[in-house]
Write a protein that binds this ligand. Structure first.
Ligand code: UDP
Ligand code: GAL
Ligand code: MN
Length: 354
């Protein structure tokens, strides 16, 4: 033992100058980097992000140190909206114009260095919707933040080249088409689930999953992001649960009895952290596989299964119908201060057939 200690003492004598040299090198490096790195990065302890690099922790959860900001004081005795429900009974915010300050939210999210993934499916003829979708997304979707568009398509050659802002890119994922439109719609769950494990978990913090037959016409930003969010269907926001078009046959995995249900959510806009979206899409895909084995298909396909999942797993944010609207069908009621994202009129028969 004594011999061992002596040998080590001698070794450390030989090395005695090394720590000093090391310390000097570190000091020089720290000094040099101080002027180069943004002060935000060390404050937050997050990685500097290159294209596609993402904070792995979902934002909106962590407490971040904000710079000094001047904005109107929130008044405890003055509700932000008196005409609509702004909080679910499980205390998830319902997002309406007038309930949030986008400057505060942008600053919080920017500090967390977040990349948002947007999944869209353009199978068969639906590639025609991509150009307007992407052009309007560049104007209104997550402006100022890093975005990756993931376009799932069987026709990669038909994906239009739309100029993208700095920090935004588009990834084409080639996938097979299904013959029936119902299967195209439902298989989105399986494909999103697969790609969560294959790349989304590494590349983005959040996923927004949406239909492609849409255009943005007003702001849709980080106020929608949360571990698990879904959108109120514009046709049912004022309806009672008995009239929701849930799957009502007990044989289906999507079954919801008449005395249950919170809201009727759309299949066309949901999302959250990659891990929550992975869970949701995997569960919905499994439920649809079970239904198929039992010879049953839910009335509104993936949307029915989404509603069942969200009854059991309450969303942490709910988007008002401002976030998905159909003006042709529903006009513009006063309660909608903004129409942010609207359906592009289409001829179902024509577009769904080859
Ligand atoms: N879809 C597709 N090709 C098809 C049918 C559907 O790419 O042939 C995708 C597309 O993203 C579309 C979504 O599935 O937005 C849902 O279908 P659709 O928009 O027709 O449903 P609706 O909004 O009319 O209920
Ligand atoms: C329709 C919509 C369908 C489905 C249905 C639910 O307006 O086009 O996709 O959501 O409502 O009842
Ligand atoms: Mn649609």
């Amino acid at each position: 033992m004594a011999e061992l200690l002596r040998v080590q003492a001698e070794k450390s004598k030989c090395r005695s100058l090394r720590p000093l040299a090391f310390l000097l090198t570190v000091l020089v490096l720290v000094f040099l980097s101080a002027g180069v790195l943004s002060p935000r990065i060390p404050v937050l302890g997050t990685r500097p992000g290159g294209a596609g690099e993402a904070a792995t922790k979902p934002a909106g959860q962590q407490v971040v140190k904000l710079p000094r900001m001047v904005y109107p004081q929130p008044r405890v005795l003055t509700p932000s909206r008196k005409d609509v429900l702004v909080l679910t009974p499980w205390l998830a915010p319902i997002i309406w114009e007038g309930t949030f300050n986008i400057d505060i939210l942008n600053e919080q999210f920017r500090l967390q260095n977040v990349t948002v993934g947007l999944t869209i499916f353009a199978i068969k003829k639906y590639v025609v919707f991509l150009k307007l979708f992407l052009e309007t997304a560049e104007e209104h979707f997550m402006v100022g933040h890093r975005v990756i568009y993931y376009v799932f398509t069987d026709r990669p050659g038909d994906v239009p080249r739309v100029p993208l802002r700095k920090g935004r890119r588009l990834v084409v994922l080639q996938v097979p088409a299904a013959a029936r439109w119902q299967d195209v719609s439902m298989r989105r769950m399986e494909m999103i689930s697969d790609f969560c494990a294959r790349r989304f978990l590494r590349e983005v913090a959040f996923l927004v999953c949406t239909d492609v037959d849409m255009r943005f016409r007003d702001h849709m930003g980080v106020e929608i992001l949360s571990p698990l969010f879904a959108t109120l269907h514009p046709g049912f926001y004022g309806a009672t649960r008995q009239t929701f078009t849930y799957e009502r046959r007990p044989q289906s995995q999507a079954y919801i009895p008449k005395d249950q249900g919170d809201f009727y959510y759309l299949g066309g806009l949901f999302g959250g952290s990659v891990s929550e979206v992975h869970r949701l899409t995997t569960a919905c895909h499994q439920a649809m596989t079970t239904d198929r084995a039992n010879g049953i298909e839910a009335v509104w396909h993936d949307e029915s299964h989404l509603n069942r999942y969200l009854l059991d797993h309450k969303p942490t944010k709910v988007l008002s119908p401002e976030y998905l609207w159909d003006e042709q069908l529903l006009g513009w009621p006063a309660v909608m201060k903004k129409l942010r994202y609207v359906a592009v009129p289409k001829n179902h028969q024509e577009i769904r057939n080859r």
